[in-house]
Write a protein that binds this ligand. Structure first.
Ligand code: PGA
Length: 241
């Protein structure tokens, strides 16, 4: 695992966009693993700018997102389907038919998770997986637990995640209590992983991910075992490292 120290959010976003851009220039048919949240928004915006200028293209890429809330349809403004269209898919030349996000509105979420896992496996797993990290060390919606989850699965969200995400909903009661998330094994099978972190409220999680014990209590700590994982964290997020 390597730690790249960025100055601030803009610097982190540009560094991440540089790596993703280089990846799709070298391998135009890259399978991207994508993340939502505030952290990657700047990276997506930078990539969209470069794509518009003709510096890179996503036309031959496909993508698999990490997670989605259970019970939200894909046109719900807080769904991750909606987020991805707004902040990335609609801004670049990727073919929307080649983008994939777990189906939060599925009648049988557990079966939909299994199907999603089969699809990611059949595609051959992401060449590059982009990740944010939660304040509690979660990746995707893999929350602190006593074991590492394997494939895509339905997760009960912790109170801290519900509270962190409530800023995006009208009230905390509107935050879904469950999500579908790629499992740790699925994430670890990506050939390259890029973790982004910004802000002092991520400093403990970044420290524990990079230097802490490998434990499901800090799901991101397992990334220490990945052969090609880069963390890009800004000064505030690196402040304990
Ligand atoms: P954030 O979320 O980018 O909105 O901080 C990251 C995460 O919880 O994985």
């Amino acid at each position: 695992m390597e730690l790249v120290r960025a100055k601030d959010y803009t610097d982190m976003s540009r560094k991440a966009a540089n790596i993703i851009s280089a990846q799709v220039i070298l391998h135009p048919d890259t399978i991207l693993g994508l993340a939502t949240g505030d952290t990657p928004k700047g990276t997506y915006a930078q990539l969209a700018e470069w794509q518009k200028k003709g510096d890179c293209s996503f036309a031959r890429c496909s993508s698999y997102n990490l997670d989605e809330y259970v019970g939200l349809s894909d046109d719900h403004p807080q769904s991750y389907h909606y987020f991805m269209r707004k902040y990335f898919f609609d801004l670049v030349d990727i073919d929307i038919a080649n983008t994939h996000v777990p189906d939060g509105a599925a009648d049988d979420p557990a079966a939909a998770c299994e199907e999603y896992d089969r699809m990611v496996a059949a595609a051959g797993y992401p060449d590059l997986q982009l990740l944010g990290i939660g304040r509690n060390g979660h990746i995707g919606f893999n929350e602190p637990d006593d074991h590492f989850a394997r494939g895509t699965h339905v997760v009960d969200l912790t109170e801290s995640t519900i509270e962190a995400n409530s800023r995006l909903f009208d009230s905390i009661d509107d935050v879904p209590r469950q999500a579908m998330s790629m499992g740790i094994q699925t994430i670890m099978l990506a050939r390259r992983i890029l973790v982004l972190a910004s802000g002092a409220d991520k400093a403990q999680a970044v420290h524990d991910m990079v230097f802490g014990l490998i434990t499901p209590k800090v799901p991101a700590s397992i990334l220490q075992l990945h052969p090609n994982c880069t963390v890009i964290a800004d000064e505030a997020a690196c402040s304990l490292c």
